[in-house]
Ligand binder design. Structure first.
Ligand code: TYM
Length: 339
């Protein structure tokens, strides 16, 4: 049976890259097997966060997932910190991973480079082992992620295989499900199309927030970086030579469910393409924003959904953790002695 596990950080405003590269696929796939959707609040602690803001954004992210169409009767939606086994298994996996392989993680290198490695939190370094724990606890077979998480997924697979080889078969080795290139796998920043659209971008002018009002979305697309080519075939999908234009085409294609090269044939100027992509994105986000406002008005209902989700997640997580602890040689506690 297919079992899906995904995580999303409650960091900053969610953006179009999160939606096109991840969330909409989760909504489409939620009934394809047993599905677990985890708002990874512990991962958010790897960089400085204001406590009140973290709390607010954790709830906002959960609400947004429901607004996007996750159905709590079909899947389990829960907070990482509500299932203690995530942190416990992370420790066993920290004792499985090597410093060398964590040091090779490009996301650590990029983020640590910003403030200097000496000052980076230890959690930023060990982050991928917590992510592996999120996945392996649920014996996930499939993990739908955007292209930027490919390396973390490879590490989760390596750790599962290594643990199984050392201590016996405990973990399912998960597969990454990454959308095809040009279909939202990597939505780029509108101002700097060499970088992925990201919550941690220095300026938000190239990032379309899921809560941006229509006039802001229009303005950001109007100002999107393209190039100075004015030839008859200037609007074409060529990510290597025309990254800005190709990103707009990929967004339009992902939004309308078509192919970026085909979409290019329908547009003859950058101005026209920018208006079309802005209109498509505004149309995509309008119902999501309206549903969000309805759900936001009932925080008790959200608390109930998260409690039920954690209730479904916990027994599975506890069983896997118990097997892993046993396999690695820890003496089992007598029933009831640690509760
Ligand atoms: P996070 O919170 O940064 O992103 C959530 C999802 O959005 C995808 N994504 C993108 N896709 C396309 N274009 C972009 N510009 C873009 N930016 C983000 C991400 O690939 C991801 O699928 N480490 C993870 C969270 C995590 C996790 C997990 C994921 C923790 N545990 C277990 C899967 C399974 C992260 O920071 O994603």
């Amino acid at each position: 049976m297919k079992r899906i596990l995904v995580g999303i950080q409650p960091t900053g405003g969610l953006h179009l890259g999160n939606y096109l590269g991840a969330v909409r696929y989760w909504v489409e796939d939620q009934a394809a097997g047993e599905s677990f959707y985890c708002v990874v609040d512990l991962h958010a602690l790897t960089v400085p966060r204001d406590p009140a803001e973290l709390r607010r954004e954790t709830l906002a992210t959960s609400t947004l997932l429901l607004a996007a169409g996750l159905d709590p009767d079909t899947c389990a939606l829960f907070l990482q910190s509500h299932v203690a086994e995530h942190s416990q298994l992370a420790w066993l996996l920290e004792c499985t991973a090597s410093i060398g392989e964590l040091r090779r993680m490009t996301q650590f290198k990029d983020k640590a480079a910003k403030g200097g490695e000496e000052a980076a939190r230890v959690g930023l370094f060990t982050y991928p082992t917590l992510m592996a724990a999120d996945i392996l606890l649920y014996q996930a077979t499939h993990v739908p992620v955007g292209d930027d998480q490919r390396q973390h997924l490879e590490l989760a697979r390596d750790l599962a295989e290594r643990f199984n080889a050392r201590y016996g078969p405990v973990f399912t080795v998960p597969e990454a499900t990454i959308p095809p290139a040009g279909r939202g796998a990597r939505v780029m920043d509108l101002q700097d199309p060499a970088k992925k659209m990201s919550k941690s971008a220095e300026s938000d002018q190239g990032v379309i927030g899921l809560f941006d009002p229509p006039e802001v979305i229009e303005r950001k697309f109007r100002r999107a970086v393209t190039d100075t080519d004015s030839g008859a075939d200037a609007v074409r999908f060529d990510p290597e030579h025309k990254p800005g234009v190709s990103n707009l085409l990929a967004i339009l294609a992902a939004t309308t469910g078509s192919d970026p090269a085909e979409v290019a044939a329908d547009h003859h100027s950058y101005g026209e393409l920018k208006s079309a992509v802005a209109e498509a994105v505004i149309g995509l986000l309008r119902p999501l924003q309206a549903r969000y406002r309805e759900l936001e008005a009932d925080p008790a209902a959200l608390a109930g959904v998260l409690a039920a989700g954690a209730g479904r997640a916990r027994p599975i997580a506890a069983e896997t953790l118990g097997r892993a602890m046993d396999a690695i040689g820890l003496v089992p506690a007598l029933p009831g002695s640690n509760s």
